[in-house]
Design a binder for this molecule. Sequence first.
Ligand code: HEC
Ligand SMILES: [Cu+2]
Length: 351
Amino acid sequence: MLRRSLVWAILLLGVAFALGDGGYNINILDPATSNNREVSKLLWWVMGFAAVIFVVVIGAMTYIVLKFKKRGNEVGEPPQFHGNDRLEITWTLIPFLIVCVIFGLTARGMFEISQVPPDAMPVKVTAHLFWWDFEYPEQGIRTSNELILPVNRPVNFEITSNEAGPAKPVIHSFRVASLAGTQDAIPGIVTTRWFKPEKEGVYYGQCAELCGASHSNMRFRVIVVSQAEFDRFVQGAKAFQPPAPTDAAVAKGQQLFNAQCTACHAINNTQHQSKIGPDLTFFGNRLTLGAGIWNNTPERLEAWIKNSPGMKPGSLMPPFPQLSAEDARSIAAYLESLKVEGLDFSKLPKF
Ligand code: HEC
Ligand SMILES: [Cu+2]
């Protein structure tokens, strides 16, 4: 019985590992920024020392056990001795030197990481229950849950936590395994962190501070694209106009959206600019839904519109049971039609 449950547990764990990251390679040992390279270098140094110490200690133990084991006809206690200055000084000095080397490497890494390049592009990160807001002061645009960045340009993040609605803000933490370590988002305080992404791709981000019922569902993506693609995205976002619907269902969706949803959601260049909920400008280009937890499909979106807290525990978006299935479908169709043509992030590699 026990053995069988063990086998099942191991099997399930294996399956969870195989499926769990949804194709993402969430790994600090595969850094895509100079900062993370510093950190993983340090990790390798410490691992190297640990490996040497392991071999020396286990080797010495094995040697002593074999050399001093009881031989056939020996009786009584073996000869006792006390103290060995040379040995004691050696085993104090070596660890001391190792700690000095690790200290030096750490200090150097911390210094490198703390130097913000002067040409860094500022991005304001605001963590909310349970989603992420990104503002680009230089470009004058805003995105939510998907942060689009140009490759090879340093970015300086100003990170905080706030709620525009009635809920009280709590502490969250900004983390993208391959790009940056963990930086807390604290209400009333702005913390900073910078990095320079070096590889185009979609990176997996996750809140790293227990913040409530949907902490584990508080994810995001960092989408790193070429400078040309980024410029196209900024142009598209600034000039964005919700297309005038030609389809009757989409027109109905737009009307319902403007009546029911714009108290909390903004779309660029319309009079709807609330920041209580995520920005939905060109939602049709989005890869994900619900702060990075599902792929963005019309079916999921429809279900989300009807009952967001039912899909994501603690979601501060109210359910809309009064909307008929058809109404929800037309709102979903309207949101999916909000698109900048020619932008497609779905083909980028995942990290
Ligand atoms: C009271 C404020 C409020 C209203 C009204 C509201 N929402 Fe939301 N909405 C939110 C919040 C808050 C979230 C983020 C929830 C989360 O991910 O935890 C959200 C998330 C979303 C998302 C997911 C965005 C993303 O980046 O993944 C969509 C789509 C959405 N809302 C559509 C709608 C539609 C359509 C309506 C109208 C039928 C609506 N919302 C009404 C507050 C609101
Ligand atoms: Cu959080």
